[in-house]
Design a protein around this ligand. Structure first.
Ligand SMILES: Cc1cc2nc3c(=O)[nH]c(=O)nc-3n(C[C@H](O)[C@H](O)[C@H](O)COP(=O)(O)OP(=O)(O)OC[C@H]3O[C@@H](n4cnc5c(N)ncnc54)[C@H](O)[C@@H]3O)c2cc1C
Ligand code: FES
Length: 345
């Protein structure tokens, strides 16, 4: 049974935040800017990344700590730098602060890259669907695919209007340099309405056994996924990155399981409600447990089970060794024993 006192050298590297200086800022559109980070040589290994991955930034605002993930819009093989691109969310705390208040030379706390929305190793064509800020990991992936493989890529890129399209000009220039390998179709919602299944089917027509990538607002991703299903595309060929947590199922009545949560010097013991994850349980106990994707990919919510057992519905972030040590993604973990104790580091 793991003890709840994790020695500092056993705390996974992914939970450590490193101060990185903002070397350069690029205003991409009135609603989005890119931050290029300076990675010291001593951290080059920790901050090596694959196209499509993200980093998590820790920000102290309004007396609280907030963790937000941002995908790299740079591609390691092409750009030689680590750049994230942040689009404003109306009313959003961190995205607007990163757009308004952060300047070149400022230092932000950043955790090492992670994520499984990366270029597959297959040799098939790539068909991508992106909307809004969802272009960031897709842009990274398609740049790497063009630079390191001979694969053909087609992208359907939806925005309210063309001038809101982040990297719109860069994408068109890239397509100009790779006329036989990259096709970019800009979809303007104001002119054509939201992307529907018919648009998805037209974009994917004749794609054969392509690999499909989808990233954008929930409604857009649902339509793209449904459109591909209509065409008989199997789930194993579709890769999706969610920026906002998927709908959580409603939690049920108490089921006799007792959960103790330790976080930031506080301890709470509560009755578990059927179906609730450990993250939901921690929140129901009044604790401000960290999270970002709530989909099992970012590891922001990881904590250690020190008594009892919990099983994860999805784990795309933790290594087998971390799981053996008792770490769980609390957004995905549900109790599997009558008593569970979980400790956030
Ligand atoms: C793996 C991953 C990668 C991501 N990559 C990027 C990226 O490359 N660029 C980028 O701009 N963002 C990205 N995000 C989203 C980012 O982490 C934040 O969620 C986003 O910036 C909003 O944070 P906020 O503090 O401004 O908003 P909050 O203050 O957290 O939220 C304000 C309101 O907006 C809603 N909301 C939150 N996020 C979004 C969203 N993305 N779209 C619409 N409504 C939202 C919330 O439900 C809430 O109602 C990514 C998220 C994940 C999980
Ligand atoms: S919040 Fe991202 S894995 Fe749990």
């Amino acid at each position: 049974m793991p003890s709840d006192a994790v020695p500092p050298d056993r705390v996974p590297e992914r939970l450590r935040y490193h101060p990185l200086r903002v070397r350069r800022i690029v205003e991409e559109t009135p609603e989005a800017r890119s931050l290029v980070f300076e990675v010291p040589s001593g951290l080059a290994g920790a901050f090596a990344y694959e196209a499509g991955q993200f980093v998590t930034i820790r920000v102290a605002r309004q007396g609280r700590t907030h963790l937000r993930s941002y995908s790299m819009s740079s591609a390691p093989e092409v750009d030689g730098e680590l750049r994230v691109t942040v689009k404003r969310v109306p009313g959003g705390l961190v995205s607007n602060w990163l757009n308004d208040a952060v300047g070149e030379g400022d230092v932000l706390d950043v955790a090492r890259p992670g994520g499984s929305f990366v270029l597959d190793r297959g040799g098939h064509d790539i068909v991508a669907f992106a909307a809004g800020s969802g272009i960031t990991p897709v842009f990274s992936i398609l740049k790497t695919a063009l630079a390191t493989t001979g694969r053909r890529v087609r992208l359907l890129y939806a925005n309210r209007a063309r001038e809101a399209a982040i990297f719109g000009d860069e994408l068109d220039a890239l397509a100009g340099r790779h006329p036989d390998r990259l096709a970019v179709e800009h979809h303007e919602d104001l002119a054509r309405g939201f992307v529907d299944r018919g648009t998805v089917a037209r974009h994917a027509a004749g794609a054969g056994d392509a690999a499909f990538y989808i990233c954008g607002p929930d409604g857009f991703m649902d339509v793209a996924e449904a459109g591909l299903r209509d065409l008989g595309v199997g789930q194993d060929r579709i890769r999706i990155e969610r920026f906002t947590p998927a709908e959580q199922p409603a939690t049920g009545p108490a089921d006799g399981i007792e959960v103790t949560v330790k976080l930031g010097g506080k301890t709470a013991t509560v009755a578990h409600r059927h179906n609730a994850t450990l993250l939901q349980t921690a929140r129901s106990a009044g604790l401000r447990a960290p999270s970002s994707c709530e989909a099992g990919t970012c590891a922001t919510c990881m904590a250690r089970v020190v008594q009892g057992r919990a099983v994860m519905r999805n784990n795309e972030a933790l290594t087998p060794d971390e799981v053996d040590e008792g770490w769980v993604l609390t957004c995905q973990a549900v109790p599997a024993s009558p008593v569970v104790e979980v400790v956030y580091e």
